[in-house]
Write a protein that binds this ligand. Sequence first.
Ligand SMILES: Nc1nc2c(c(=O)[nH]1)N[C@@H](CN(C=O)c1ccc(C(=O)N[C@@H](CCC(=O)O)C(=O)O)cc1)CN2
Length: 303
Amino acid sequence: MTVPEPQARRLDGKAFAAALRARVAGHVARLKDDHGVTPGLAVVLVGEDPASEVYVRNKGRQTTEAGMASFSHRLAADTTQAELLDLVARLNADPAVHGILVQLPLPAHLDADAVIGAIAPEKDVDGFHVLNVGRLATGQAALVPCTPLGCLMMLDDLHGPDLSGKTAVVVGRSNIVGKPMAQLLLRRNATVTVAHSRTADLAAVCRGADILVAAVGRPEMIPGAWIKPGATVIDVGINRVQLADGRSVLRGDVDFASAAAVAGAITPVPGGVGPMTIACLLANTLTAACRLHDLPEPEGLTP
Ligand SMILES: Nc1nc2c(c(=O)[nH]1)N[C@@H](CN(C=O)c1ccc(C(=O)N[C@@H](CCC(=O)O)C(=O)O)cc1)CN2
């Protein structure tokens, strides 16, 4: 089998995230020195999902490294809805906590929508509360979901803040990625299509995209043949795949080898969008702290 030559620029999310974290840490140090405010992030994990354990540990470590206060709440898998809501109410009322994040997925017996709806919108650093969703959709100051915010920052860096005349296709319509990503691209004046599993001729729709964001959660579903030559490809998929030799590896929603031979720029998996998720969480926590204390927000951390 011949492996196609990569021609696309590889967008290094690890380096981008490290630079963003350093910027956030600088702002946090100034906030502490000038105003005596230490941004605080509370992360709630219910149960023992192994991937969530890793993400939550990384969130706590990176929060502390940025000079912020980290509050970790680990609850048993059989925690009741009432117990979880009680914790959220206490965090809402705690002045040392500026950001609250409940790690998803929650165990099946818990109602995630109700839990997210109970988080004070001004502390909802995930940007999942309906008030923040509505604010984003209507162009008002919102807290924006971390993964799409990270994608936007990488796109801004590559294309600048105006995507007028460009066609963007988002494959996937989740509340966490697909829908907010489409809103953010609209804000940048792109002409946006949201495609999904019921879209007719998905290949042709994708081939029309100057910017293609893949967020479907199906390993390597999008081949290079679906990509417009020179397009920017942002791969949000993080799929764990078992190889024939027994090894477990991470794969995106895009077939990297064939896509990189056609695209102009592409994010890899791992090391693309993933690391931006936690860096943007830190940025959102800083933004929330500034807003809660009525202080000016640092530039470039919100869309
Ligand atoms: N409350 C939330 N829950 C979940 C979110 C979220 O934004 N808020 N997103 C995902 C998980 N997630 C953060 O919580 C997350 C996913 C991936 C990465 C990341 O850095 N990925 C690396 C690979 C890591 C690995 O080896 O597994 C990469 O892509 O390079 C960070 C955070 C679901 N839940």
